[in-house]
Design a binder for this molecule. Structure first.
Ligand code: ADP
Length: 167
């Protein structure tokens, strides 16, 4: 079954110059990248992304982590992969949530760590299931930023908004 998955290389992945290695590892799944961008996550976006973790004692820490406050680099690389069994394939390459339990040959096993505050700094996010993938992709990307038709779209008339253009 063809699936779409959201992958986020978190700020530790970027600051440690792991982006190339991570993308190379992920390419072993032989999937297609259909969306990619560098994002400065707002607190609102991070809280929506982790809404299912709201009751966890480490919620504030993971929001700060993905926003780049811990690594003083407010950037993540957001990607959408597409292909057969994409979720299972990518999560296998990513490894377990807890980097200490992750197989050492996985991305999290090789590059992740647990901070002294107890946060799992596990380098990347990979959607856990189809429902999460759809919700997360719609949260991080607009239809126009994705190459291909993955979910139904509607045409809207945008109110006049201010935007920046190259001077
Ligand atoms: P995953 O990212 O593997 O889908 P979750 O959605 O359960 O895992 O958790 C979201 C993020 O919260 C994890 O990627 C990790 O950074 C952090 N996290 C999860 N569980 C813990 C934990 N028990 N202690 C500290 N941080 C955690």
């Amino acid at each position: 079954m063809k699936q779409q998955v959201l992958v986020i290389i978190k700020p530790d992945g970027l600051i440690k110059s792991l982006t190339g290695s991570i993308l190379m590892k992920l390419s072993e799944a032989k999937l297609n990248i259909i969306g990619a961008k560098v994002v400065k996550p707002s607190r609102e976006l991070a809280e929506k992304h982790y809404f299912h973790m709201k009751s966890k004692p480490f919620f504030e820490e993971i929001v700060q982590y993905i926003c780049g406050q811990i690594h003083k680099t407010p950037r993540v690389l957001a990607l959408v992969y597409q292909g057969e069994n994409a979720i299972k394939k990518l999560r296998r390459i990513a490894g377990s949530t807890n980097p200490e339990e992750a197989d050492p040959t996985t991305i999290r096993g090789a590059y992740g760590r647990i901070t002294t505050k107890g946060v799992y700094e596990n380098v990347l996010h990979v959607s856990g299931n189809l429902e999460d993938a759809e919700r997360e992709i719609k949260l991080w990307f607009t239809p126009e930023e994705i190459v291909g038709d993955i979910y139904p779209v509607k045409e809207i008339v945008k109110e006049k908004t201010n935007a920046l253009d190259w001077a």
